[in-house]
Write a protein that binds this ligand. Structure first.
Ligand code: PLP
Length: 438
């Protein structure tokens, strides 16, 4: 019997490059056919063949309330009935901005956009406009969307101090002129940051406009910042007048009510948001210090715009989501569920004698096929990718949908019940056993 997923994938490849509208959906890393989803409700999704899965992807993070939350869907429908877009200000955008400022005290002013990519590229532009400097510092393995200057993953050879940086883009189609202002350092390497600023941020140079960082990294699986790492970024940016940007597109309202900055007590100059703040519809935001944000047109010389920025239907989904996650006890419950999942996965792996472990921050978790949670890009690359791929397909067969790559974080939603978590742990235990060949 042919699978409807197979049929749809074959047809899609005729019209859409790789059959998908975003590369990681294509299952290239794990092999096999991507599942085409027809329906989602709470913690579950159903594919085109009618098979249901417990979902730990949650549309790559936004669905913190689970699929088709009734209140969010109602807010979207009610708002849509009043008009889909105006290209003019609405009261709801103001309420959304007020709510975000209330929830994240580092935001004095903010702009709404339609994606995380737009948020990060706009934050970098305003940081450069504010400082009058060009150099951007990022960390290997951190993903900040697909703007030209951010698609750079150069190794430590780039740390040739005193030379103009020549970032090597990890994508074709990015002119060297765009990537050449990007310096890439190793995540969690405090010495490299100090050395770079000492060499390039001082009197003679003063060329570093900003650092952008996933303060808890989620795009090379989940990696936590080492003690002192975020503090070191803050200190150097303050000392040398560079702008510290926390990219909280993934972690914003995912790791806790105060996001990473609240959890670790570090105040960035600018923050980028996406995913959760749209509740499943396209919303991003960037904001922070008023003196920096006031550089934006129409007040200042930095241009940034968007036809659908602050779209009412998208904002309705986002605002309702923000209201619901503000309920007392929301993050305690989400964090406890995610910790329960990780404890169960750790025990199951140990029991089966499989070298794998899990770790979490708030509602976000990592599963690593290595002995201990990684602290750097180099360490995460040492995971047993083959073992993950086999585990992935065994779990898929069990009806558990994980991100189709060994290098992605997972997400638990408020809709996941304890029974869902227990069923997932039991499935993982069976899959680990199968990996051992028993
Ligand atoms: C940390 C981070 N920044 C930026 C982005 C880009 O967001 P978007 O895919 O909405 O453009 C992502 C997407 O996964 C992300 O995880």
């Amino acid at each position: 019997m042919t699978s409807r997923n197979d049929e749809l994938f074959e047809q899609s490849q005729k019209f859409i490059p790789g059959g998908v509208n975003s590369p990681v959906r294509a299952f290239r890393s794990v092999g096999g056919t991507p599942r085409f989803f027809a329906k989602g409700a709470g913690s579950r999704v159903w594919d085109a063949d009618g098979k249901s899965y417990l979902d730990y992807v949650g549309s790559w993070g936004p669905l913190i309330l689970g699929h088709a939350d009734a209140d969010v869907v109602k807010a979207v429908c009610d708002t849509a009935a009043l008009g889909l877009s105006f290209g003019a200000p609405t009261e709801m955008e103001l309420r959304m901005a007020e709510k975000l400022v209330e929830m994240l005290p580092s935001l004095e002013k903010l702009r709404l956009v339609s994606s995380g990519t737009e948020a990060t590229m706009s934050a970098i532009r305003v940081a450069r406009g504010f400082t009058g400097r060009d150099t951007l510092v990022k960390f290997e393995g951190c993903y900040h969307g697909h703007a030209d200057s951010l698609l750079v993953k150069a190794g430590s050879g780039l740390l040739t101090f005193g030379q103009p940086s020549r970032g090597e883009s990890s994508s074709a189609g990015v002119p060297a002129d765009c990537s050449g202002h990007t310096v890439v350092l190793d995540y969690n390497d405090i010495d490299q940051v100090n050395q770079l600023f000492a060499a390039r941020g001082g009197q003679s140079g003063n060329e570093i406009a900003c650092i952008i960082v996933e303060a808890v990294a989620g795009n090379m699986n989940l990696i936590k910042p080492k003690p002192g790492f975020l503090e070191c970024l803050r200190e150097n940016c303050t000392k040398y007048g560079a702008v510290l940007i926390f990219d909280e597109v993934m972690t914003g309202f995912r790791v806790g009510a105060g996001s990473v900055q609240g959890l670790y007590g570090i105040k960035p100059d600018l923050t980028t948001l996406g995913k959760v703040i749209g509740g499943g519809l396209p919303v991003g935001a960037f904001g922070g210090r008023a003196d920096i944000m006031d550089q934006l047109a129409p007040l200042g010389p930095v241009y940034q715009a968007g036809t659908l920025s602050g779209n009412p239907v998208a904002v309705a989904a986002g605002l309702k989501t923000l209201e619901k996650i503000s309920a007392p006890g929301f993050y305690e419950s989400l964090t406890a569920k995610t910790q329960r999942l990780c404890a169960g996965l750790n025990a199951a792996a140990r029991e089966a004698g499989i070298i794998a472990c899990a770790d979490s921050v708030g509602g976000m978790f990592g599963l690593y096929f290595r002995a201990t949670p990684p602290t750097s890009y180099a360490e995460v690359m040492q995971s047993d990718k083959e073992a993950f791929n086999r585990f992935y397909h065994l779990m898929l067969h069990e009806g558990i949908y994980l991100a189709p790559s060994a290098f992605e974080a997972g997400f638990v939603s408020a809709a996941h019940s304890d029974a869902d978590i227990d069923a997932t742990i039991a499935a993982a235990a069976r899959c680990f056993e199968k990996l051992t060949g028993n």
